[in-house]
Write a protein that binds this ligand. Structure first.
Ligand SMILES: O=C(O)CCC(=O)C(=O)O
Ligand SMILES: [Fe+2]
Length: 279
């Protein structure tokens, strides 16, 4: 890393000519970019630094500029949200366990499941009774299980449908991969980024206490967030097309989760949460 105020203008020209300097950065903001970047030209000389390579900038703790290095910047942002696709890492700092397995299915398998579920699931607008009034959500839901379990949430009771072939196949794959077992699945269909799910925890009395919930996502990538009920600290990640996330142990007791609405996609997303219902 070379400080701009430690070299003369002619030295700088030479180093650029000899490709010893290829990137510039802002020492205060810890952002690096191309030498042509207009944001880079505006800063004070004493804040400007130079690098031979993007790697050298990264090693010094600089992140790519969002204007002149869009792709690198997007990748950096993704890594920030998805610091770990190692399934053994607990994403929560305390009071529960969340493991992200990343994409378990190829692009074509994921497309197949997304389209199959979009077309063959008996989707219904979700019902909730709020302040004594029955309301319907834009988001659609469906519930499948081993038996005709009854499951109550948002003050309404739903009855499970029998598994479809694809759901049963998927359940087996997720059980094998996670080492957990499930007897039911709640599916959510978000038609576009405008639809989401508000802060909640899945700790209804019909669910096995501290049981694992296996969440599988197909379709639009969406941000998913956790918030600790007391400390309010948050953790978030991106749920990718064909990915699996497991929430277990005391997660539902101490953490809320949500799927925030977003303007960044108009594509649908299908989410399946495999659960254990007490029959
Ligand atoms: O869509 C998601 O990723 C989460 C859905 C969810 O939290 C739920 O069904 O309880
Ligand atoms: Fe949930």
């Amino acid at each position: 890393m070379i400080q701009h105020n430690k070299i003369s203008d002619s030295e700088l020209r030479n180093k650029i000519k000899n490709a010893e300097i290829c990137f510039g950065g802002n020492k205060k903001l810890k952002i690096y970019g191309t030498l042509k970047c207009s944001s880079g030209k505006r800063m004070k000389r004493e804040n400007r630094v130079f690098f031979l390579s993007g790697n050298e900038a990264k090693e010094n703790g600089f992140r790519p500029c969002g204007h002149c290095m869009k792709t690198d910047y997007q990748n950096w942002k993704m890594d920030l949200f998805n610091p770990q696709t190692d399934e053994n890492t607990n994403l929560l700092p305390k009071d529960g366990t969340v493991n992200y397995y990343g994409k378990l299915f190829s692009r074509s398998e994921s497309d197949f499941y997304r389209d199959t579920f979009l077309n063959s699931i008996e989707w219904k607008n979700d019902e909730a009774i709020i302040f004594g009034k029955l309301i319907f959500t834009k988001r659609k839901v469906a519930w499948y299980g081993d038996q005709q379990f009854e499951y109550t949430y948002s003050n309404t009771t739903k009855k499970a449908l029998p598994w479809t072939a694809e759901l049963l196949e998927l359940k087996k794959i997720i059980e094998e991969k996670t080492g957990e077992t499930f007897n039911s699945c709640l599916l959510n269909l978000y038609h576009s980024g405008e639809e989401g799910m508000a802060w909640h925890s899945d700790a209804e009395k019909d669910l096995k206490k501290n049981g694992a919930i296996g969440s599988v996502s197909f379709g639009a990538e969406r941000k998913f967030a956790f918030k600790h009920k007391e400390t309010k600290e948050t953790v978030s990640l991106i749920l990718e097309h064909g990915s699996v996330l497991v929430m277990k142990d005391e997660t539902q007791t101490h953490w809320l989760h949500r799927l925030p609405p977003t303007k960044t996609t108009s594509k649908p997303r299908v989410n399946l949460t495999f659960r254990t219902i007490l029959g």
